[in-house]
Design a protein around this ligand. Structure first.
Ligand code: ATP
Length: 251
C-alpha cells in the first residue's frame, strides 16, 4: 500500500498539486485519471521521489520517501519498476541489453544469470524474436512490452506506468492493459497507472483516482464510476455520445 498525505507540489509560484490524500491499494491496479495537464505525471514522479514535494508525505508501508536520505531512496528504488511515457528505452542498446540494464546496475548476478532473468521477462511479455534488435527496429507496442519487461526484471513490489497506452492502436492498447493486469496479480505488485484511456478505466481500473486541476476530486472502483455525481468526473468520463450511452448501460 502507498499512502499519500497532504501532498502539495509547486513549480516556482505555480501550484500543480494541492492537498492530495489517497491510498493506492496493494496487489491491485490503481489508475490515476484526469485531463491532460491535470497533474498526473507530476503526482507519479512525486510518488517515486523524482520530484521534491513542497509539503506532505508519501508512505510505502511505514516508510516515508519524503523523509529518506538519497541512500534510502536508492534502496527503495530497487523495489520499484517504472514504465515511463514513451518507454524511455536506450536507443544504442539492444532489447536484451535494455532489459538487463537494471540487473547490471543493482545486482551481482553473473552474465549467465542476467541473461536468463532478462530472457525470462521478455518471454513473459510475449516477446520472442526481438532480443537482438534495437528499439528503432521494433514497433511501438513491442517497445512498451520491452519497457514492461525491464520494469519487472528486479521483481519489484511496486510498478508505476505513465500512459502505457499512448500512441498504440486500440487492440495493442488492450494487450498492454491485460499484460499489466496479469503481471500485477501474478507477482502481487502494487501497480499505479496514469491514463486517460477510457477503455483502461473500465477494463483494469480496480481502484481509480480522479485528479482535476491538481486536486483529487473522486476515488472509487470502475463499478462505482457510473453512480458518481461529481460533475468534473462525469464530464471527463462520459463526454462522448458513446460513453453517455454506456453510462446508462452501467447503471
Ligand atoms: N518541471 C516542470 N516545471 C514547471 N511546470 C511543470 C513541470 N512539470 C509539469 N509542469 C506543469 O504541471 C502541470 C501538470 O503537468 P502533468 O505533466 O503532470 O500533467 P498530466 O496530467 O500528466 O498531463 P498529460 O496527460 O498531458 O501527460 C502542467 O501545467 C505542467 O505544465
Amino acid at each position: 500500500m502507498i499512502r499519500v498525505e497532504g501532498l502539495y507540489k509547486s513549480f516556482d509560484n505555480k501550484t500543480v498539486l494541492s492537498d492530495i490524500n489517497v491510498v493506492f491499494e496493494s496487489k491491485k491496479v490503481n489508475l490515476i485519471i484526469g485531463k491532460s495537464g491535470s497533474g498526473k505525471t507530476v503526482l507519479l514522479k512525486s510518488l517515486i521521489g523524482l520530484h521534491t514535494i513542497n509539503k506532505g508525505k508519501v508512505l510505502y508501508g511505514d516508510r516515508d520517501i519524503t523523509a529518506m536520505t538519497s541512500r534510502q531512496i536508492k534502496l527503495l528504488r530497487e523495489e520499484i519498476g517504472v514504465v515511463f511515457q514513451g518507454g524511455a528505452l536506450f536507443d544504442s542498446l539492444t532489447v536484451l541489453e535494455n532489459v538487463k540494464f537494471p540487473l547490471n546496475l543493482f545486482t551481482n548476478f553473473s552474465e549467465k544469470e542476467k541473461n536468463e532473468r532478462a530472457l525470462f521477462c521478455l518471454r513473459r511479455v510475449n516477446l520472442t524474436d526481438a532480443d537482438h534488435l534495437y528499439p528503432a527496429e521494433i514497433s511501438g507496442g513491442m517497445k512498451k512490452r520491452v519497457a514492461i519487461a525491464r520494469a519487472i526484471v528486479l521483481k519489484p513490489k511496486y510498478l508505476f506506468c505513465d500512459e502505457p497506452n499512448s500512441g498504440l492502436d486500440p487492440l495493442t492498447a488492450i494487450v498492454i492493459d491485460n499484460l499489466i493486469q496479469e503481471i500485477t496479480h501474478e507477482y502481487d505488485m502494487t501497480t499505479i497507472v496514469n491514463t486517460h484511456d477510457m477503455n483502461s478505466v473500465f477494463e483494469i481500473g480496480e481502484k481509480i483516482v480522479f485528479i482535476h486541476e491538481g486536486r483529487k476530486e473522486w476515488e472509487g472502483t470502475k463499478e462505482e464510476i457510473a453512480d458518481s455525481d461529481n460533475k468534473n468526473l462525469n464530464d471527463f468520463i462520459f463526454s462522448s455520445k458513446l460513453y453517455k450511452k454506456l453510462k446508462h448501460v452501467l447503471k
